[in-house]
Design a binder for this molecule. Sequence first.
Ligand code: G16
Length: 600
Amino acid sequence: MVKITVIKTKPYTDQKPGTSGLRKRVTVFQQNQHYAENFIQSIISTIDPAQRQEGTLVVGGDGRFFMKDAIQLIVQIAAANGIGRLVIGQNGIMSTPAVSCVIRKIKAIGGIILTASHNPGGPSGDFGIKFNISSGGPAPEGITDKIFQISKSLQEYHICPELKVDLSATGKQIFEVDTFKPFTVEIVDSVESYAEMLRDIFDFAALKELLSGPNHINVRLDAMHGVMGPYVRKIVCEELGSPANSAVNCVPSEDFGGHHPDPNLTYAADLVSAMKGGEYDFGAAFDGDGDRNMVLGKHGFFVNPSDSVAVIGANITSIPYFQKTGVKGLARSMPTSGALDNVAKALKMPLFETPTGWKFFGNLMDAGKLSLCGEESFGTGSDHIREKDGLWAVLAWLSILATRKQSVEDIMKDHWQKFGRNFFTRYDYEEVDSDAANKMIDHLQTTMSDKAFLGQKFSSGDKTYQVEKADNFEYTDPVDGSVSKGQGLRIIFSDGSRIIFRLSGTGSAGATIRLYIDSYEKDPQKIYQDPQVMLAPLVDIALRISQLQEMTGRIFISGLNCMYGPKSFGSDTNFVFCKVCCFSICRLFFHMFLWYTKKQ
Ligand code: G16
């Protein structure tokens, strides 16, 4: 009989789940007494005790440092709180989309995912704990608020400290726990249920022909030492016949090989350079927990994530799943470019604009209003589960290649010719002092709420933009009427161009300010221009209006991640400046020069 112990604890005030769960440095979880235990107890306390004994929770993670310790704690705390059964991925490994898939398949009451997504791992990296509900999606704000409230007043937690499970072998382990019915822990193959789901969504015979038939294309998939290695090997290599060496970095590692498991042009630079040689027709990278993806064409042709979802939308009939279910609607997060809107308009489909965070898509899907959605942050997915899904996005693109028999670049260029092009970029100012970031946002909001701001004209170079709308994005969920305020400051100009500022909800230290720029171009003569050049005037205007540099002291120097271009400043290894950054620095030096000469 396993004993339950009640441990006295002190509440923490900083366990508010962010955009996607609680993300902190590993040291915060390790060094603060009962930190992880408190949060796990707070999650489980939100589950109605009446549901616990008959209920199952799915548990899995991206293999990062501290994951196995956290899983043992979840087992011990779940048992002591009367949860009937846990289903855990072998060795703790299970991608975020696979957890969502398994929750739905076995009708679990929810799941706990151990990941900090694309953030670096290892003892000095990040860790994260996220709660998903019975739909398979991230807990909505109502539940994350409840978790936070509980965590702020928690005085004790319940645990079975002697209970230990072997995560390495598949099968059932049953334990007799004081006062409760037997507690079952089932270790399952991490890949099988998810692979089975994909077989139902895509035409595997056509994909096999594309990847290993006589006229096959060559692909390179980079799992970035995250959770996706076993999935890519099993599904793309073993089942669809792509050669074993077409998948790289496939062994999950606790520190992701010392890299950021972040599929963008900066952190997946090895993939970009491998693609440049022209040996591969299609390339993709995944993040630590397998929900994000980056798609590249031959010679490293980059598909912007906002474009990626638009292309999938425009070619949705290439995917058998949608032939069966039909297409109910499309959605994107507010900062994501309007490329998907153009597709929705042309195809006469409803389009939803939600706040950042995959959880906002879930209600629309559950209500049968949404089939396909995507975000600028390299997330693409559909209503087959309630998480974004990296490998699903890759198979969606491969299905389009199989149908259209064109290159990635040609498909993208045809798309722009037909729908016009949204030039889009995002800049991240990481680890900014929180007070300075909040002051900057407050200052910008005050500027924007001045009546004179509407209609005001701003010029940079030969471009002039007139403000048509300025607000702090607010979302009313069309299904349950819940309102989410303060979701990002938007300045929308009369030509539809947008400047957006918001604070990230996924950083683990200080504040991260994100600046997004979106500008639409319909003129076929202009759609192939360099996005950095096209967007430079708007970046300049954004920095002027916000006074970001002056108010945060961040002059495009430390920690700035030019997400869609080469890493600008702030990288230890790569000091390539993008054109916008150079432009900005020149402007700064010019202003310093003016200031200096005035002072003299
Ligand atoms: C999470 C959310 C996404 C969001 C992203 C970035 O992704 O699921 O919906 O776009 O964070 O959020 P923020 O801009 O607040 O940092 P992931 O892959 O990190 O779990």
